[in-house]
Design a protein. Structure first.
Length: 364
């Protein structure tokens, strides 16, 4: 029996899919032989208040707004010292940051005090239009430059990291991985006489998500009694959302969807529509695959790579005409909307094994 490797997986976001990804990675690593994984999340993480809350071995106070963020940065030297003290008894061999955030340089400094190397798994190499926070990419790149290796969840992002000089160098290798399906608990669909094809566009309502393409395609499609469309997510109000609301059979819900509601939302749908103008990869697509829902997505960024071979995936060009043709294809074969759910647990185990193999090469 070989020695046991201990990994500390951290993700300090409060909302969104990133903390769940960290929890799933830690769980998958623990399922591998001779491997232990510890998890660090923000004390304010929504995931920790959900019914599927993972065990958190190192909860960390982060921030709740600009004022508390400024306070955390002002007291950074004390925070680093305290964090290093809390990490020491955990005795990790290496740490893994899953999707960087604004305070991760504190963890990097604490790990350096303990002489523990770390790996960064990057979701976006650049911010998308309308997305991101001030200094977010500067902080991410500073974190990557301090890492022993940098990982990407698609080759598309990996190429961007290479071009930025952040990975793929002798002193900072690039780890290539793929985002597994992300499973939520899907409740049984109640018996109903409603046999419409249910199309869901879910996620942040930002310009790069291509909702203007969807609005134009649906307007060209015209009223359909056999189709229901829901656009659900949070974002700034816009003319595009007003245009979608004005279409018959389309509802827009501009709101944050809590962790415990996502399963029911996916369960309502027959297919997910991702009309993105650009993308690195998609957590929504990963959730749809795990739920056995078809995915209609535009052929941009890393989406084609992520959805290659996925059951029920349909790809189109990022323009209204191509999206319209793909929508008509879905409507013409509505009963094909039910795909076989993917074994998400096994897929995460494969990701964890791949990550571990690549980390061992880096450490050799």
């Amino acid at each position: 029996m070989g020695p046991c490797m201990r990994l500390l997986v951290w993700q300090w976001g409060r909302f969104g899919v990133a903390p769940r990804l960290a929890g799933l990675l830690a769980e998958a690593l623990c399922s591998l032989p001779h491997t232990e994984a510890l998890l660090s999340l923000s004390r304010g993480a929504e995931l920790l208040r959900s019914v599927a809350a993972p065990r958190c071995d190192l909860p960390v106070a982060t921030y709740e707004g600009p004022a508390s963020f400024a306070f955390r940065m002002a007291t950074a030297p004390f925070a680093v010292r305290d964090l290093a003290r809390r990490i020491a008894p955990l005795q990790p061999d290496i740490a893994v940051c899953v999707m960087p955030g604004l305070l991760d340089l504190l963890m990097a400094a604490a790990l350096r005090r303990q002489r523990i190397p770390f790996v960064v798994l990057v979701h976006d190499a650049d911010t998308h239009p309308g997305d991101g926070l001030p200094f977010q990419m500067w902080l991410q790149r500073a974190l990557c430059r301090r890492a022993a290796a940098v990982g990407a969840l698609t080759a598309h992002v990996g190429a961007q990291l290479r071009a930025q000089g952040l990975a793929g160098t002798p002193d900072r290798p690039l780890l290539l991985l793929s985002l597994p399906p992300v499973a939520f608990d899907i409740p049984p669909r109640p018996a109903t006489s409603d046999d419409r094809l249910r199309l869901l566009s879910f996620g942040r309502l930002l310009p790069y998500k291509g909702l203007d393409l969807l609005a134009e395609a649906l307007a060209s499609l015209g009223p359909r009694a056999d189709v229901a469309v829901r656009v659900v997510g949070s974002g700034p109000e816009s003319a595009t959302l007003d245009a979608l609301r004005a279409l018959p059979g389309v509802t827009v819900e501009n709101r944050w969807v809590p962790e415990d509601e996502i399963g029911a939302l996916l369960g309502w749908s027959d297919a997910l529509v991702l009309p993105y103008r650009e993308a690195s990869q998609s957590g929504v697509a990963a959730a749809a695959i795990a739920a056995g829902r078809r995915v209609l997505a535009t052929r941009v960024g890393g989406l084609e790579e992520q959805l290659a071979g996925a059951p029920g995936a349909v790809l189109c060009e990022p323009d209204p005409a191509s999206l319209l043709a793909a929508l008509r294809g879905l409507i013409a074969s509505p009963r094909e909307a039910a795909a076989t759910p993917t074994d998400a647990r096994e897929a995460w185990r494969e990701l964890a094994a791949s990550l571990l193999r690549q980390i061992e090469i880096v450490r050799a």
